[in-house]
Design a protein around this ligand. Structure first.
Ligand code: PLP
Length: 554
């Protein structure tokens, strides 16, 4: 470890040695108020070595990435600033103090000095093994409860660029909430995954969904393979396949189940899944349910992935050393907590080299990335055929619900083997219609330029907002092109304070802390939308307290 004169942060020694040649520094004002902060941006150097061109060297912080620039058609700029030492110490101290107070309050609760709101085992069940472990709830009881008002806020409008919130209050320190009967109007929505602004209750998509409801109703009442297969579902699947540029596709009623129920249909015992450490819970659950062996590689770190691939080929299965039946690499397009974009060209090169399969979850990237909105494959200008299993959801950019799998040959197999296809009721018709209409708009098949305009607007908004925050000195994570913008808060007290202060200024944000992030990396996460106007983005980056517009609903 060594001390960096630029940022007063402790770095690993090789970083200090290499920083002058490989990293550029920009000075700014530190959010935390200490000394200063800077941004470490990757510069691209071309490595000539035949072996090393595949290796992107990346680590959690201050990433120094060297890769073959011929794999990338444009600069791939991502930054993850290492938590400054002082901030890390103060953050740990903050959690330490909260934990000490937690124990103290548990002691007071135990002796009934403080009222205890948590569920307790009944006296007559004393001899049973407890159904829930008291200590497991320690974090919820003593830390989360203090700031719980920042989550699960009820929304009573379309979750568009602006939204209305049901006003609620708590009289018992966030244990319970009461609705006041009032509505907080026109809160700028920086939390919904409404990337292209299709979460609307007016316009072409809403009109088409209303027509579909009039024609089909809302429920389907059966699975696809029984009598829940509507013409609108088949139309949707053909459209999705065309949109993705693959042979065929299958649509499912839920994005989460698309992952968790299809991965077990594709892999099983004797197969190996190589999973990015930050993969979504639905991918992790699917991998676990499959019964495959799971090995986890460092986030977006090609060196770590290649090492696992090489070991898998060299050693085969444990004990028997038989070759793995199948190796499946599982990655996401955009990682929704980090705002990072998968290094797809390098993953594809590795997968080809080691003859593995690739499962790509485009939940956040489909619609939101690429000149045609066709996701991360489009963004990197790759061939969709290079990805074996293209998965995505309709919940984000399409303003609907459900998920899809696209690919070659495998769809027929999935129709017969996926639990999600066989045992789940098929997608609601107005939802299917919303997806069809929004996808056609994105593809320009409605005869307008509305789709490309929205894609361009999202990209401009992303660049603008990221630049604004950076210029103000905030530490933000992720790729410059990612509409998911995590802004670091670090300290536990800031999580609650930031969410509440933003709401006072009529801005709805998502704040995230441990255990969803590493303990010293709490953050606010902004999701940019094409529906955000420049004025809204300026209000968010330079918020002022205004009297909140509250309307009485009674
Ligand atoms: C990467 C990823 N995959 C799958 C899902 C699950 O999708 P859905 O919310 O549509 O069920 C999510 C949800 O946010 C996600 O982020």
């Amino acid at each position: 470890m060594g001390f960096c004169a630029h940022c007063l942060t402790v770095h690993k020694p090789w970083l200090l040695v290499s920083q002058c040649t490989l990293l550029t520094f920009e000075k700014g004002t530190c959010l935390t108020g200490f000394n200063h902060t800077h941004r470490h941006t990757r510069t691209h150097t071309v490595q000539r070595s035949p072996v090393s061109w595949l290796r992107g060297i990346s680590w959690r912080s201050n990433q120094n990435v060297t890769h073959n620039s011929s794999l990338y058609k444009k600069p791939f700029a991502e930054s993850f600033e290492e938590t400054p030492l002082l901030v890390a110490v103060l953050t740990y101290m903050g959690y330490g103090i909260l934990t000490i107070f937690g124990y103290l309050r548990d002691f007071l609760r135990h002796w009934s000095i403080e009222k205890c709101h948590v569920a307790r085992e009944k006296e007559e069940q004393k001899d049973f093994v407890p159904l829930y472990q008291d200590f497991e709830n320690f974090y919820t009881r003593n830390l989360y409860m203090r700031i719980r008002d920042n989550w699960n806020r009820p929304i009573c409008s379309v979750p568009g660029a602006k939204m209305d919130l049901v006003e609620r209050v708590s009289h018992d320190y966030n244990w319970t909430f009461e609705h006041t009967g009032k509505v907080v109007k026109d809160v700028i929505n920086m939390g919904s995954y409404n990337y292209l602004g299709f979460a609307e209750n007016t316009g072409a998509c809403a009109d088409a969904a209303i027509e579909a409801t009039e024609k089909y109703g809302v429920g389907v009442g059966s699975t696809r393979c029984e009598i829940g297969n509507l013409d609108i579902h088949e139309e949707l699947e053909q459209l999705v396949a065309r949109f993705l540029g693959v042979e065929s596709s299958m649509a499912f009623g839920m994005g989460f189940a698309t992952n968790s129920m299809n991965i077990p249909a594709l892999t099983g015992k004797g197969c190996l899944i190589l999973s990015d450490e930050l993969n979504h819970a639905s991918l992790v659950l699917g991998a676990r349910l499959s019964g495959s062996t799971i090995r986890v590689f460092k986030h977006n770190n090609m060196q770590s992935l290649e090492k696992l691939l090489r070991d898998a080929i060299a050693h085969g299965q444990p004990r028997t050393h038989r070759p793995w039946k199948k190796i499946l690499i599982v990655v996401e397009g955009i990682y929704s907590m980090e705002g990072s974009i998968v290094r797809l060209p390098e993953v594809v090169a590795l997968k080809k080299r080691y003859k593995a399969y690739l499962y790509l979850d485009e939940a956040h990237s489909i619609g939101a990335l690429g000149p045609n909105g066709r996701g991360v494959v489009d963004y990197f200008g790759l061939d969709p055929k290079d990805v074996d299993i293209m998965m995505g959801t309709f919940t984000k950019s399409f303003g609907a619900a459900g998920g899809y799998i696209g690919g070659k040959q495998l769809i027929d197999y999935l129709r017969r083997h996926s639990h999600s296809a066989l045992y789940a009721t098929s997608m609601s018709p107005p939802v299917a219609q919303q997806i069809i209409t929004s996808m056609r708009i994105i593809m320009g098949e409605d005869g307008t330029t509305l789709g490309v305009d929205r894609i361009r607007q999202l990209s401009e908004n992303t660049t603008y907002f990221r630049r604004e925050l950076r210029e103000m000195g905030f530490i933000i994570y992720g790729n410059d092109d990612s509409p998911v913008v995590p802004m670091m808060l670090y300290m536990p007290a800031k999580i609650g304070a930031f969410g509440r202060e933003m709401l006072k200024r009529n801005i709805g944000t998502v704040v995230v802390g441990f255990p969803a992030t590493p303990i010293i990396e709490s953050r606010a996460r902004f999701c940019i939308s094409a529906a955000h106007t420049r004025e809204m983005l300026d209000t968010v980056s330079h918020p002022v307290i205004s009297p909140i517009t509250v309307r009485n609903t009674k």
